[in-house]
Design a protein. Structure first.
Length: 415
């Protein structure tokens, strides 16, 4: 006897419970039968894949005991396997195409407005039209008004720049759940991976009890101006350790090695500014962030990983839309310059005065200290530049502080 409609059944290999305790279908205590088969297609960049996981609770609630499979590219497969509510991860390949077409899906969700995703959704959806985007007469089509709006935002820069709704709000409308609460994505990190990260960072920081501020130094290849340059990060790190009793950890992957070396060289071997790059897996990167207290980053994968880990984050924006990033009730504090009218260009200009160069790192230090105070419940330990006054007053006006940054600061307690 085989329970073909059990979500743990894997056909070509024993299920997890047969391996762990010898369970077999006829007497299994772990059986979990599904009633509907759901395919979710998301092939985009890893950060987009992760932030789309916020949709899973709403999708799950829309269906009766659903089995949810997620189709993605191989570079995102490890990440999707760490998500809650995903029963099967399908890596895009020739073999996966057969799997998708013969999946017997009761509903297909495809919320990316690209031809490849819409084509796959159309092939997979044998019972009813996909939700999101599909193909008809060789062209991409929206399944509803909310999807049509997303297509228009993609086609017209004016609409993209004027948008004030988060990505999650826009996607929730597309899947037919505009009023559902939005939760951060959920990631599972193996206890052994986290223990290894904890031991590594403890050794790196000398076993001290100082709080840790992570700086994700990279920006990805597509939009280099998503993040501060090496000189700005160096100034930020040095100013932060001057003003607060914290360790600064430079995080990222192999691609950030050269930039990290440049930052450390500018910091003159300050023992409280260290590199904590990870090279092997997203799980190791997530585990590293779990051992820190606040993150500074751009609009990159690190931002979405931090959100999934509920890690307080200060995020800088320039070529991409700050409005599309949901702040999860202040978990994310956003900063950008108000001196340019070309933000949200989704480009990589060569202007000397650009969206990143005009961000004042002093403001970012203020925001970081405020986040440390808000989420630790303790005052951020400050050093004084003189015996008369503290080095940082978070609500102090700065020459380059934007109206938006003042608004974000107003939401946080003063350090």
């Amino acid at each position: 006897m085989i329970n073909f409609d059990c979500r743990y059944y894997r056909a070509s290999r024993p299920c997890v419970f047969n391996k762990t305790d010898g369970s077999e279908c006829s007497t299994c205590r772990h059986v979990s039968k599904y009633k509907e088969r759901i395919l979710f297609i998301k092939l985009d960049a890893i950060g987009d894949v992760l932030r789309s996981a916020s949709l899973l609770p709403a999708i799950k609630a829309c269906h009766h005991a659903p089995f949810i499979a997620w189709l993605t590219r191989s570079e995102s497969a490890e990440l999707v396997r760490m998500m809650d509510d995903v029963d099967e991860v399908i890596e895009l390949s020739e073999g996966a195409l057969a799997r998708v077409m013969a999946g017997g899906w009761d509903q297909v969700y495809s919320v990316s407005n690209d031809l490849e995703s819409a084509s796959l959704a159309t092939l997979a959806a044998t019972k009813q039209l996909p939700i999101g985007f599909y193909m008809a007469d060789g062209a991409i089509r929206p399944s509803n008004k909310a999807a049509a709006r997303w297509l228009e935002m993609a086609a017209f820069d004016r609409l993209k720049r004027s948008n004030t709704e988060s990505y999650q709000h826009l996607m929730m409308a597309i899947i037919g759940c505009p009023d559902e609460p939005i939760s951060p994505p959920a990631l599972r990190v193996d206890a052994s991976v986290r223990a290894a990260a904890s031991a590594r960072l403890s050794k790196l920081c000398g076993g001290g009890e100082r709080r840790r501020v992570a700086v994700n130094v990279g920006s990805g290849g597509r939009w280099p101006k998503k993040m501060l340059d090496a000189a700005q990060i160096s100034r930020y790190a040095q100013l932060l350790v001057e003003r607060a009793d914290v360790d600064v950890l430079l995080v990222g992957g192999r691609a950030e090695a050269a930039k990290t070396e440049a930052i450390l060289a500018m910091c003159a071997a300050n023992p409280r500014i260290r590199a904590a790059l990870t090279e092997n897996s997203l799980a190791q990167f997530a585990a590293t962030l779990m051992e820190t207290d606040v993150l500074l980053c751009g609009d990159t994968l690190a931002l979405h990983v931090a959100t999934a880990l509920r890690l307080p984050t200060v995020a800088v924006f320039g070529p991409t839309s700050a409005a599309e990033i949901f702040d999860f009730e202040g978990l994310i504090t956003k900063a950008w310059t108000d001196q340019l009218d070309c933000l949200v260009c989704y480009g990589n200009c060569q202007k000397q005065r650009n969206c990143m160069s005009l961000i004042d790192v002093t403001e970012l230090v203020d925001l970081t200290l405020a986040m440390l105070t808000r989420y630790s419940g303790l005052p951020a330990p400050l050093f004084s530049v003189s015996s008369a006054e503290p080095a940082v007053v978070v609500d102090m006006p700065h020459r380059m502080r934007s109206a938006k940054t003042r608004k974000e600061l107003a939401r946080l307690p003063a350090a």
